[in-house]
Design a protein around this ligand. Sequence first.
Ligand SMILES: Cc1cc2nc3c(=O)[nH]c(=O)nc-3n(C[C@H](O)[C@H](O)[C@H](O)COP(=O)(O)O)c2cc1C
Length: 397
Amino acid sequence: MLAGKKILLGVCGSIAAYKAALLVRLLVKQGAEVRVILTPSALEFITPLTLATLSKNPVLTQFVKDETGLWNNHVELGLWADAFVVAPLSANTLAKMANGQCDNLLLAAYLSARCPVLVAPAMDLDMWQHEATQQNVKKIEKWGATLISPEHGELASGLIGTGRMAEPEQIVTAVTRLFKPGPLTGKHALVTAGPTYEALDPVRFIGNHSTGKMGYAIAELLARHGASVTLVSGPTHLPTPTGVAIERVTSAEEMFLASTRHFSKADITVFSAAVADYKPAQVARQKIKKGNSISFELVKTHDIAAELGKQKRPNQLTVGFALETENELEHAQLKLKSKNFDLIVLNSLNDAGAGFGHDTNKITVVDKNLKIQEFNLKSKKEVASDLVTLIIEYLHA
Ligand SMILES: Cc1cc2nc3c(=O)[nH]c(=O)nc-3n(C[C@H](O)[C@H](O)[C@H](O)COP(=O)(O)O)c2cc1C
């Protein structure tokens, strides 16, 4: 899959550096030519001998090779590579990348690289969650780097949380995806996912039970088929899907603004977010004190799908979701028309295992010619796969 491809692998000072050995082996097995750069602190975690043996190339660690004045040309390395993968990426190197710092060979190669850059962070959960780290990730993603999200699980510290480096197999999949055009290569996709929270006061909100799992799975699959995907997500606990640019929002208003910004260039839009239909007319500035009873005036939020449906060009494909509890098909068909969707995905809360909170879903898809396709109860990942297959068929019909 990677025959003839030149992969530059940067390894940072993280306990996950041991996984770099397997990563090099897998890349070489796929036919790639691999050159490895270690940061000076990575040398404390893994030996150049291991990586040089596996990559069949000398491992580079310093700007200057030896006392003769020979040097490792970082510009040449940056231009040589078809892809630059930094795995594991430490919090420290991430911060330096996000600030254009350049005090080691890996960072100089990053600044010089013209090829796609993929990063697989590895760090303890609190380091990963820290706002500084999250802002740094956003910065380098904005500049084009693809994030291979860290996974949830037991960390080297013994704590449990998100921060483990993605498995080498997953990193190789992300690299091969770069070179394999998919049926959606060249297409832009916008996916909305998750709930929205409508503030009542500084500490309380009106929300719903959406987890975002369905939309995240769809976003990941669209990216896997080659689309360049933007995920506008309400509050969720899910990691960013591999290869997807995420914009996190909280309220329906923020989701409307973010979606509107991305919609005009989207060839495919999937509205899977559970957007609040109403929000409090007033947001109290101070925490509302406890009383005997309380009432709120609610006002309508933007109907994002309907408003963007009016701006839709003929070559844009839009997919909506309908979660219904009664007269399901009839309501879904009405929604399909009123929001100008090409496809609507119906899930009924009357079907066991469907809808919010489950890892499964049972869907019926109606297209704008009112053709109805029913699917069995499946995992949300399988449902996403059925749906993305339908989208691809629809686009190519
Ligand atoms: C045992 C040990 C494990 C570490 N693991 C990580 C890690 O997984 N992720 C991380 O960001 N930093 C980790 N650090 C801290 C980094 O090694 C440190 O920030 C270093 O300066 C990173 O340098 P580099 O980014 O130039 O490779 C660890 C440190 C030690 C001593």
